[in-house]
Design a protein around this ligand. Sequence first.
Ligand code: NAD
Ligand code: DAU
Length: 351
Amino acid sequence: MEKTILITGGAGFIGSHVVRLMVNKYPGYKIVNLDVLTYAGNLENLKDLESKPNYVFVKADITDEAAVKEVFEQHRPDGVIHLAAESHVDRSISDPLAFIRSNVMGTVNLLNAARALWGDNTEGKRFYHISTDEVYGSLGSTGFFTEETAYDPRSPYSASKASSDHMVRAWHHTYNLPVVISNCSNNYGPNQFPEKLIPLAINNIKHKKAIPIYGKGENVRDWLFVEDHAVAIDLIFHKGVNGDTYNIGGNNEWTNIDLIRKLCEVMDNALDREKGESEKLITYVKDRAGHDKRYAIDSGKLMNELGWKPSLQFGEGIEKTVDWYLENDEWLNNVLSGDYAKYYSQQYGNR
Ligand code: NAD
Ligand code: DAU
């Protein structure tokens, strides 16, 4: 094998798309997927890769220092693409410590293990940390986050991600670890756990259940199709400048309420329902505590320096996403069993 790449969190939403892209595009790389399989990790996302000779799955917890060290010693990765994290803002509000453990402590364990393995011999080595636009805080109605925007995280989730970004930069400056970081906007697409807005709404519309909109639905997010994020990650991993940060976004801003109206229209079509039927399910609920108003990313650096651009228009991406969820009943039913019902009633009551 030419190289070994360790991908953490590869059984999750974005991670599974990154693993698939890397395994298929680089048959000469050994791809090691390290994931502890929390409620959000699902090996069904990677069924098509199980028999690939260049793919290995390792069940391990990044918060377990000894287990991480063992994986590094056994597989001796040349590169790390680190996606494993607790990722849902609402859960970070009810259980912040889980986020500090996985996102901060887990990242430090990986940084230490990479440093111990590579030592001063870092030629051809790279630690790539996947982060979020939420570290920059919240925008008013104008302006964009650039790579120079000062950090201003405001939820336990975004504070834990900001903290992990700082750790990665500290390991670069203090120990010369070769690192790169990217901060991406909201992803959507197949395999996203239905606690996040788009898959949650698709599932509720399908079952004619209330679609919960926090506050007045005026918060704005910048949506990117997950496969376009995976392509950006591949590009940054191979071509990004050591020590640099790259913002990734869809240049595709929607208020939550307009997004949900658009989704209702697509779902009415897909399910042969009367126009306007799904919109009747929209239900305004209590706002998220500390709800950030607007995120919007300036991806100019990534586009100009590395030539990336999103491949899909939002209309196309959302239709593809709806079709995937409607065609993958078994996947959806499996993830909805287990603890999902308990989470849903804690978060939304009996709606
Ligand atoms: P996800 O919740 O779908 O998946 C996270 C994965 O990490 C799961 O497979 C889970 O089992 C694994 N994991 C969690 N804690 C772990 C631990 N302690 N040890 C080992 N594995 C663990 O998340 P996602 O939406 O795919 O996000 C992936 C990464 O991308 C995260 O770092 C997130 O902060 C970042 N990100 C997400 C988005 C988005 O819109 N979803 C946008 C920008 C950045
Ligand atoms: O911006 C990148 C971030 O996007 C990632 O770092 C996070 O991992 C990812 O979860 C996502 O965070 P958000 O909080 O923006 O995503 P979520 O899907 O939870 O919510 C999107 C918007 O919709 C947000 O303004 C809150 C609102 N919302 C969400 C849910 C779950 C609702 O109105 N109702 C809901 O039921």
